[in-house]
Structures are given as structure tokens and as C-alpha cells.
Write a protein that binds this ligand. Structure first.
Ligand code: ZN
Length: 177
């Protein structure tokens, strides 16, 4: 038995968050263990969703749970959003890669996603409301699109000191090597 993986959150403006993540090609126990570790990290951090780049991994993997009930855990590997529909709604979002930052984001209410699970089995699902919002937010991460890109200029201004602080912390960590 190997030790359980412990993943660390990657914070803005870490460059891995800006890269388009790559397709997962290897499935099985290693991937399943990684997905479990992602759920661990998400729960420990108080999040409702997590994408692999947020733990420094460049693969197209996302997990979320819109209710907190264990049976509502969702794992999407190599997801594609094949349809977005319904009214566009405006709702406040946070992000584990942007501690203390919240912004109102517009998204269509419904989305249909095709993906595979951690074993490589194909799946297709339609999400609505909050679940759809979380799925779209996490999918953005796989494309290198971040909360800061979806913010209105007013929200950017309101969050400016937090954004600057994150940039300074990142720079300081780099300078320390
Ligand atoms: Zn996020």
C-alpha cells in the first residue's frame, strides 16, 4: 500500500492555472487514487469543486459536489461541454485558487457534458442551476480560464487589493526559490 496522496492547492497567478490541460490517456488505480485525493483536497479546503490544474496537475480532470452529500460526488475526465442552454444567470462565485475573492459571473443555466469516469467509462450528463455553474467554472480551469477573466471591471476593482496580494505572495515565494 502506498501512502495516500496529499495534494496542495495552486494559487493564482501560478502559471499552470493558465495552461490548457491535456487529455488523460492512462486510466485505472493511479487515476482513481488521484481523483480521491482531489476530493480530499476539495473538502479540506471547503470547496464545492476542483480541477486538476488547481493542484498543479496538467490533466483534464475535474471533481465537484454541488450538495455535500457523498452520493453527489461527480468526477469528469476529459469532459466536453456539448451544449449550453437556458437563461443566462448572474451569480457570485468563489474559487480555491483565489482565496478571499468573490465575483458575480454570468453563465447559461444548463449545460450538457460528455466525459469519461476515472475507469475510462463514457458518461453523459445534463446539469442545471448551481451544479451547472460549478461544472462550467471547473471546466474553465481546464481551458486556462480563471475567475479573474470572468469578472466585471467593478468586481476587479473591488478585489484589487486581494489580487495584488496574491501576485506579491507568488513573487515572494519565487524569489525565495
Ligand atoms: Zn476555480
Amino acid at each position: 500500500m502506498s501512502e495516500a496522496l496529499e495534494l496542495q492547492l495552486t494559487l493564482y497567478p501560478e502559471p499552470v492555472l493558465r495552461k490548457r490541460a491535456g487529455e488523460v490517456e492512462a486510466f485505472g488505480p493511479d487515476l482513481e487514487a488521484f481523483v480521491e485525493a482531489m476530493f480530499e483536497c476539495m473538502r479540506k479546503s471547503g470547496g464545492v469543486g476542483l480541477a486538476a490544474p488547481q493542484v498543479g496537475d496538467r490533466r483534464r480532470i475535474l471533481v465537484f459536489n454541488p450538495t455535500g452529500a457523498p452520493e453527489d460526488d461527480v468526477v469528469l475526465v476529459n469532459p466536453e461541454i456539448v451544449d449550453r442552454s437556458g437563461p443566462v444567470t448572474l451569480h457570485e462565485e468563489g474559487c480555491l485558487s483565489f482565496p478571499s475573492i468573490y465575483a458575480e459571473v454570468r453563465r447559461p443555466d444548463r449545460c450538457r457534458i460528455t466525459a469519461v469516469d476515472a475507469a475510462g467509462k463514457p458518461l453523459e450528463a445534463t446539469y442545471e442551476g448551481f451544479a451547472s455553474r460549478v461544472a462550467q467554472h471547473e471546466f474553465d480551469h481546464l481551458e486556462g480560464v480563471l475567475l479573474v477573466d470572468r469578472m466585471s471591471p467593478a468586481d476587479k476593482l473591488r478585489n484589487r487589493s486581494f489580487l495584488e496580494e496574491l501576485a506579491e505572495r507568488y513573487q515572494a515565494a519565487r524569489d525565495r526559490g
